[in-house]
Design a binder for this molecule. Structure first.
Ligand code: NAG
Length: 372
């Protein structure tokens, strides 16, 4: 009796112990489950073909392949159901529809899609998280295909000009990594990469510009991503070299010579002087003027057209004074800070008697001179 009793006590104790062990194990499993978030993690690359295998659920969930159809194993309807499907004959989770990571997750580094599968009798719900892995399916792109820059030709080397950034929809190593500039004589590129996200570029003037040599410079800026192989996008940079008044007008001659008769009437053409200024616009447009440089009153007998440089007689010349008159002509550009140049015009006043002689050649001095 006592023995039996003690035996009973022993079995009861061991039963309690084993029940306790079971509870401990269940509790431990639940605890593990909660640590893992109750989820299975899988990954699939974006743009994978439909039918691509993601996981063998029969194996991973420890299910019976024969049970799947009978117990109605299926994906629970939700926002991501369209991308995935389960084959109930094989228990394989596979891609059902094209997955575009950029469309679903935009620029987020992490792109994981929650998914639930359900099996009944007994009911069980399984939770998955499917990580969509980025592929380099996007090239960097610029907002505009052409960028215009106005840069003054007097800009000193070292000056910087920020450029527009490109955008690449891919993330991580497939995102925008660097910029490149087409080989050229004047500019270099300074690329600044501030951490993972932003890479920017500045144009740096290396060699002074000269509008009179090259007024427009065409450059190509490329943005390159870090994919393997890398993808790139380009934009054209058109540098418009803005003129400064760095050229002075230059006369076609430093000394012009002209002849007029002493009785030349007002309005008579004397000569046209011409100066050229290589600068652009008002910096290159010239105004002519006669400058009074001495006391010779005859200078006032001439007039110059400020636009064309044509010199005409303004009033009758006092030829008794001098047989030749020296004029000084100034050419000045129309800039706010004009630059100018001067030339001399020597006007010879021909004696009227000589003139008559020359008109009437047969009786005049010419016949005589031919004799001498
Ligand atoms: C460049 O200069 C031209 C002429 O002054 C002006 O019309 C144009 O807007 C300027 N462009 C830029 C990008 O500053």
């Amino acid at each position: 009796m006592t023995l039996a009793y003690s035996e009973d006590l022993e079995t009861m104790a061991s039963k309690r112990q084993s029940r306790f062990r079971v509870w401990i194990s269940v509790y431990f499993l639940c605890w593990l489950w909660s640590i893992a978030g109750g989820q299975l993690l899988y990954s699939v690359t974006e743009e994978a073909n439909t039918g691509t295998t993601i996981a063998n659920l029969v194996k991973d969930l420890n299910l019976n392949i024969q049970d799947l159809e009978v117990r109605g194993f299926h994906i629970v309807p939700g926002p991501n159901k369209r991308y995935f499907d389960i084959n109930t004959k094989t228990g394989i989770l596979h891609v059902r529809e094209r997955i575009d990571r950029e469309e679903i997750c935009e620029q987020h580094i992490k792109c994981s899609l929650p998914l639930e599968a359900m099996i009944s009798s007994p009911l069980n719900i399984y939770r998955f998280e499917i990580n969509v892995v980025d592929i380099n399916d996007n090239a960097p792109a610029f907002q505009t295909s052409v960028t215009h820059l106005n840069i003054t030709e007097s800009t000193i080397s070292g000056e910087r000009f920020p450029l527009q950034s490109a955008f690449d929809a891919d993330v991580g190593s497939n995102s925008l990594k660097s910029y490149k500039l087409s080989p050229n004589e004047h500019f270099s590129l300074d690329v600044q990469s501030g951490g993972d996200q932003s890479v920017s570029a500045e144009l740096v003037l290396q060699k002074a510009l000269d509008r009179e040599k090259q007024a427009v410079i065409h450059l190509t800026l490329s943005a390159v991503d870090g994919g393997k192989p890398p993808k790139s996008g380009t934009t054209e940079i058109i540098v418009n070299v803005v003129d400064v008044n760095d050229n002075i007008p230059v006369f076609s001659k430093s000394l012009y010579k002209a002849k007029i008769t002493e009785n030349a009437a007002p309005g008579t053409h004397v000569i046209t002087v011409q100066a050229v200024d290589l600068d652009e616009g008002v910096n290159g447009e010239i105004i002519y003027a006669i400058v009074k440089h001495n006391t010779d009153k005859n200078v006032d007998s001439f007039l110059i057209n400020p636009g064309t440089g044509e010199i005409t007689v303004k009033k009758y010349i006092d030829y008794e004074q001098k047989s030749s008159i020296e004029l000084r002509v100034q050419a000045k550009d129309k800039s706010n800070n004009p630059r100018g140049a001067h030339c001399k015009v020597l006007v010879e006043v021909v004696d009227i008697n000589d003139n008559i002689c020359c008109f009437i050649t047969k009786f005049g001095r010419n016949s005589r001179s031919s004799l001498t």
